[in-house]
Unconditional design. Structure first.
Length: 439
């Protein structure tokens, strides 16, 4: 069977047919027959060095189709990488990024929405190989793999992606990006010091950076409370723009990875941040991510703040150390589970309080400027109805995207962990970190 791979002589269609057959066999193989399917397929692909350039070209062509099918099914670059990171090995991850970069050659930047482009930048998805014929040989050299090992990695990766089901899309697929829906907001983003970011969000980043650098907890709390108030004010401003018809748009969505351990409490923390910023969270436990639904400017703030709070919670939890029962058995897991649940509950209280205070001030005509100072304006009677309408729009979008939802409970079994978690949340500076967000 191995000699069949030589018939292409480096350029024939036989290699493509061989690859398609190998991939199909691996994708459809049951778990008990997977090892045999992988061994057979990898042996066929690696049989001869003479057709390796053709195999390389065919592999990238097949990956283009496989990746494009994932885009059509609602998946995004960070999602595909997250699946690989959870289920496979670092070499598969490197291959995944390359295949996403290769498929990306089909789409000009204008055909991709903002968050899609951000994900590609964060993944550092770039074409580094001189030609498609040279790709597999170059990858094998980089990762010190022989042809059989590389063929196995390729087939395992394509199996992982090929078995993914359709999911609710959180934005347009490549080539379907809307250019006019957010024109006024897009113009506003261009004026911010960070490319593609509103000036208000850049101001929030600056406040959070100061909160992160200070050695005084009281100063950090004041700065970060102000940052949450600015996030709330930004949401209010966008709501009023929509009422005026200056920036009409519907709710959107993004996905944020939530990994083990303690994925339940982490999801609670994300939900706390989202709820305080008028967003909703839907957890897809089997895929290790949450979908956050809300208006675009609110989604930016949720992503920034959640990542920072998760870093802080993890650090505080580790500082709290391990715990044991009186008989010497470990109770660290129960302690940390309770710690994170309490942390999320207390953060929810703090963020909600900051948002309600800002909303109440705005309803009374007190407007928070981007520089953090306040100005007195004429109260706008449209504000509260506008915010209510946005909340209803988000709820409606959740129902459209996820018509069958169930709620889940996270149990707490360690009182000491609960108390420590609330105390840590009280100390949290609510800061954010630029560049730490992963899809």
């Amino acid at each position: 069977m191995g000699r069949r791979g030589q018939s292409g002589n480096g350029g024939g269609g036989d290699v493509g047919v061989l690859l398609d057959t190998a991939v199909r066999g691996v994708v459809t193989a049951p778990e008990e027959g997977l090892d045999l399917a992988l061994d057979t397929g990898a042996s066929l692909l690696a049989a001869s060095a003479g057709v390796w350039p053709a195999v390389s070209r065919a592999a990238l062509g097949h990956a283009d189709t496989a990746v494009g099918r994932c885009w059509s099914a609602g998946w995004r670059p960070a999602d595909l990488v997250r699946v690989v990171r959870r289920d496979l090995k670092p070499v598969h991850l490197a291959l995944a990024v390359d295949l996403i970069a290769a498929e990306g050659r089909r789409h000009p930047a204008a055909a991709l929405d903002r968050r899609w482009q951000e994900q590609l930048r964060e993944l550092e998805a770039e074409v580094w190989w001189p030609s498609d014929e040279a790709y597999l040989a170059g990858f094998a050299q980089r990762h010190r793999l022989d042809r059989f090992a590389l063929a196995t990695v390729l087939l395992e990766l394509l199996r992982s992606w090929g078995r993914l089901p359709p999911i609710a899309p959180v934005g347009p697929a490549p080539g379907r990006a809307a250019h006019s829906a957010h024109s006024s907001r897009a113009e506003q983003r261009q004026r911010g010091p960070v490319a593609g970011e509103p000036r208000m969000l850049s101001r929030i980043r600056a406040l959070l950076a100061k909160a992160e650098s200070t050695d005084f907890p009281e100063e950090a709390e004041a700065l970060t409370a102000k940052a949450q108030q600015l996030m709330a004010q930004h949401s209010i401003d966008e709501a009023l723009l929509a009422v005026e018809g200056a920036d009409p748009h519907a709710p959107g969505a993004l996905r944020i990875g939530v990994d083990n351990p303690y994925e339940g409490p982490k999801t609670m923390l994300l939900d706390a941040v989202a709820a305080a910023n008028r967003c909703r969270v839907v957890w897809a436990k089997e895929f290790g991510f949450c979908t956050v639904i809300g208006f675009d400017a609110d989604l930016d703030g949720v992503e920034l703040l959640y990542t920072s709070l998760l870093v802080q919670a993890t650090h505080a939890m580790q500082q709290a150390g391990a715990r044991q029962h009186l008989d010497g058995a470990s109770r660290t897991k129960a302690f940390r589970q309770s710690f994170l649940v309490a942390y999320a509950a207390r953060i929810r209280e703090r963020l909600t309080e900051a948002t309600e205070r800002t909303t109440s001030d705005a309803a009374a005509g007190r407007h928070l400027r981007e520089d953090g100072t306040a100005e007195q304006l004429v109260p706008d009677e449209r504000l509260l109805p506008a915010l209510k309408a946005r909340t209803e729009a988000v709820d409606h979008e959740v129902g459209r995207m996820f018509p069958k939802l169930v709620s889940q409970r996270v149990r707490v079994s360690d009182g000491e962990g609960w108390a420590a978690g609330r105390a840590a949340a009280d100390r949290a500076s609510l800061r954010g970190r630029s560049g730490e967000i992963r899809g």
